[in-house]
Design a protein around this ligand. Sequence first.
Ligand SMILES: [Zn+2]
Length: 292
Amino acid sequence: MKWKGRRGSENVDDRRSQGGKSFSSGSIKGFSLKGGIGLLVVAGVIWLMGGNPLQVLEMIGGVGQSNTSNYSQTYTPTAEEDEMAEFVSVVLADTEEVWEAAFKQMGRTYRKPTLVLFTGYTTSACGSAQSSTGPFYCSLDEKVYIDLSFFQQMENQLRAGGDFAYAYVIAHEVGHHVQKLLGTLDQAHQQMANTSQKNANKISVALELQADFYAGYWAHHTERMFGSLEADDIEEALNAANAIGDDRLQEQAQGHSVPDSFTHGTSKQRHDWFYKGYRTGDLSQGNSFAGY
Ligand SMILES: [Zn+2]
């Protein structure tokens, strides 16, 4: 992706230097499918506060590795990390442009989300987050939370590296923000709270696939607006979508997959919905809820 020298977003809240100690998560075996104990911590906190734990399910898909490394208060980013932060800021700016135009066409106004960069541990309106939580969107404060180390995990553990793979992750989370603004997210959460676990999982999958579709839609329009895509970019994104399918992650974690427990969709579904958004660039094609 061509991004160097391009405009960055003003809506990045860089908390990396605040560090924050990542508290020890203990054993996370068995929890890996939803992004590690971090999610459970977040969900638990929300539940304790009388909120809806489902609100934190909008994650990209869990890598679910234990990350208990300690970060000191004197965190100094490497040149590489700073470059990555700059990249994230440009991608966020690109999502602002694309979604502002899309909302305008709908006769609406796009409210830009904030993207919080953190290292190790931070807090959100949805509860506390740590690296092992994985990137997520909190609908209560309308912020996307990302620890840049997730991108390294994508490359090292999932073999899903590449700048456009990371851009896909950001665009997916922004996709949940779009769902929030359009009312889809709250509606889905209400339905999820009033149905069986099995059906709630299906609704969750539909939400995730639509966020993948929105990421593809963004890729389509960012290319049109900025001509920013390079030869292998779409391949990188499709490869990442494939790598974080529930079936793939479950098979890696436990040797088999349990379809009823899927919350994000299979590799093929994630791949296909991203590609559909990219191919059509047409929001009316993005109803992943049909049939649920
Ligand atoms: Zn998601």
